[in-house]
Design a protein around this ligand. Sequence first.
Ligand SMILES: C[S@@+](CC[C@H](N)C(=O)[O-])C[C@H]1O[C@@H](n2cnc3c(N)ncnc32)[C@H](O)[C@@H]1O
Length: 225
Amino acid sequence: MDKNYLAQQYNSKKTLFIKGSRKYDTKSITIFHEYINKFDIQGKKVLDMGCGDGSDLLIIQKQGADVFGIDSSAEMIHEAQKLFSTEKFSTCDFTQTPFPNHYFDIVVSKWAFQTASDIQSIYKEVIRITNDNARFIFLVAHPIRQFIEKTVSPKDYYQQEIVKSVLFDGTLVVEEPSHTFQEYFSPIFLSRFQILEYAEINDTGTERINGDIYPSFFIIHSAKK
Ligand SMILES: C[S@@+](CC[C@H](N)C(=O)[O-])C[C@H]1O[C@@H](n2cnc3c(N)ncnc32)[C@H](O)[C@@H]1O
């Protein structure tokens, strides 16, 4: 499974994802925006990394923010550009965004970073493009959920494996590299961001495995140090 396939899979899965997300992702959408709305984003420059069709940025824009989006899927960016002025959106990888140093006040991301194999390269880019005191809020598939999704036996928590997430009542399967907590709470992250809020949420809307109760995603609100 090459890295490019993982980053490009939403080109062909765009329609199923957008439809499924609107129907089943209500819990994560609600919590994501509750986190963002806890502080004043009026006039702030906000980047959504892995913005998909831009629907989250539409909500953020209504709060008065100046919004930007990046996504590796040209199809997704095409959808987002229907909602916004086109120059605010770029088709690029998380790790190679076109923005100057210290450009953003807030970086957000939902259901996207777990698609990348290397989380540290994303953090380095977020550190580069954010200003001092910037906020960084992201929501990702929970490592425990990805551990349950592993199929190689015996399951090895530490070994990265491409896992399949069966989403939205089985209507969509996406492939993602598994991750550990120490990748997310890494020295790079902890040395540059202070965690202000954190939650692990069970969300049966996204995926159910064997009827087990487990956290489907976690969300972090952090401030740049
Ligand atoms: C599950 S979708 C989430 C979209 C949106 N954030 C939402 O919550 O509806 C993941 C998005 O991340 C994008 N993505 C995946 N890998 C990426 C990468 N390496 N760089 C930039 N975007 C990527 C995908 O194209 C897709 O649009």
